[in-house]
Design a protein around this ligand. Sequence first.
Ligand code: TYC
Length: 114
Amino acid sequence: MNDLIKKFIPDFDDNLLVLEKETPNATPAPPEKYRVLLLNDDFTPMDFVVDVLTHFFHHSEDIAYDIMMKVHLEGSAICGVYTAEIAESKVAQVTEYARSHEHPLMCKLEKDES
Ligand code: TYC
């Protein structure tokens, strides 16, 4: 290869040769995902939680009610799984919305290991 280049460019400097990257077609790793969860408390009204689940997580009324009841009975439930940036934004929006209505509703994220 170098001999061929030097045949046409006699002053060619070997040290300037840049090696092509190996595995240019390697599949990129999928982005890490995060679960957004709601936590139970004794004060936030059930209707408000259903409202949060339909508005911020785009669940139907029926699914939202089921998720709300799971949180109420079991202490927590997953509302959705997103990339880090979107998950953080959901937590911030839900927390801000709950506080602006003076409810103690807690929303958190955790890494999705599956
Ligand atoms: N436990 C609340 C009540 O009885 C309802 C509730 C459900 C609160 C889910 C928070 O994330 C929650 N009013």
